[in-house]
Design a protein around this ligand. Structure first.
Ligand code: NAP
Length: 328
């Protein structure tokens, strides 16, 4: 993988894509094929959430499934084939107050007529070493993606919000038993989602409890939970451990410049990828807390590239018209 140091920082590009994962690489693929010469500033840890996923079986076109990291390499390669340039570094600052837009990586400044923000969101992690070691080996952050691997097996879900209820209910369609562990005795989840989970026979609730360790040597075999009121520790056998404690969009860089909702997700207009700044577009999980799938992220990356291309063409048309207009 090239470091990207050879990228020319002085040109004003047609488009810079910030973020290298399903949305960003797809945006780059479309922009490159539209001759927009995209630069993707992909981040040091490019690839996004698929890098902590093992088998992906729900991305169309891979009937045998594909490993998440392998799929991201292929997305990247496909964007590269049409001339995308990559900079494997993190954006440190942006200025969208005037055009061309300015994007910095340390002291190096890059300028572009349009920007596509595709910085994604991260599933919150508990932060346990054992959790990290077993990621993709039974530890998962996406039930929709991985539930089918746990057919007739026992799994544990942690969390007390709508995500946890939804994931537990979904997992119960596959697993023989689902144990939902929550740190309090009251749920943050909506009543309807809680009722649905509570009405499912195969879901058991362990409340006032935190997961202290994920057990397993190579593959998950269980978790250790501690009751926060009694300090009692219990081992729950499980082959899958689903962390459903929320997501954080990667939007710190854009605070004060792009409109966000109360959870920090970028706000896009209607069915487009337009942000509040004309010429800046947002795609993928950074603007979607509902679907959060590789295929929907890729789809919105495509939309962002088309939106950017059309916006630029319209801008140039407006400029040409203004120049051609008779002076009064
Ligand atoms: P959330 O509402 O922020 O809930 C996170 C849950 O995880 C909380 O119960 C929290 O416990 C727990 N938690 C957080 N950090 C933890 C930690 N370190 N250790 C243990 N537990 C921890 O997140 P969410 O459930 O992902 O929902 C996010 C938003 O999406 C919400 O607005 C939700 O309504 C929406 N959503 C909607 C649907 C739907 O309608 N179909 C589905 C999913 C999500 P505490 O309660 O103790 O803070």
């Amino acid at each position: 993988m090239e470091s990207g140091n050879a990228v020319n920082a002085t040109d004003v590009r047609e488009v810079i894509v910030i973020g290298g994962a399903a949305a960003g690489y797809t945006a780059a693929l479309y922009a490159a094929r539209a001759n927009m010469d995209p630069l993707v500033i992909e981040g040091i840890s490019w690839g996004g959430q698929l890098m902590i996923t093992s088998d992906v079986e729900n991305y169309p076109g891979y009937p045998e499934g594909v490993l998440g990291p392998e799929m991201m390499q292929e997305f990247r390669k496909q964007a590269e084939r049409f001339g995308t340039e990559f900079l494997t570094d993190d954006v440190t600052k942006v200025d969208f107050s005037e055009r061309p837009f300015r994007v910095w990586v340390g002291d190096d400044e890059y300028r572009a007529e349009t920007v596509i923000v595709a910085t994604g969101a991260n599933a919150r992690q508990l932060g346990l070493e054992s959790e990290r070691n077993l990621q993709g080996r039974g530890v998962s952050y996406c039930a929709v993606c991985d539930a089918a691997f746990f057919r007739e097996k026992e799994v544990v879900v942690v969390g007390g919000g709508d995500s946890a209820m939804e994931e537990a209910t979904f997992l119960a369609k596959f697993a023989s038993k689902v144990t939902l562990v929550h740190r309090r005795d009251a749920f943050r989840a909506s009543q309807i989602m809680t009722d649905r989970a509570q009405a499912t026979d195969t879901i058991e609730f362990v409340l006032d409890s935190v997961v202290e360790e994920v057990l397993g040597d190579g593959l998950v075999t269980g978790v250790v939970v501690r009751n926060v009121k009694t300090d009692e520790r219990t081992e729950i056998p499980a082959e899958g451990f689903f962390v459903a404690i929320g997501h954080d969009p990667t939007t710190e860089l854009f605070k004060g410049q792009l409109d966000m909702d109360e959870s920090g997700y970028l706000v896009t207009k209607g069915k487009t990828t337009e942000t509040n700044v004309p010429g800046v577009f947002a795609a993928g999980d950074v603007q979607d807390h509902v679907y959060r799938q590789a295929v929907t992220a890729a789809g919105s990356g495509c939309m962002a590239a088309l939106d950017a291309e059309r916006w630029l063409a319209a801008e140039r048309g407006r400029l040409a018209d203004a120049l051609a207009a008779p002076r009064t």
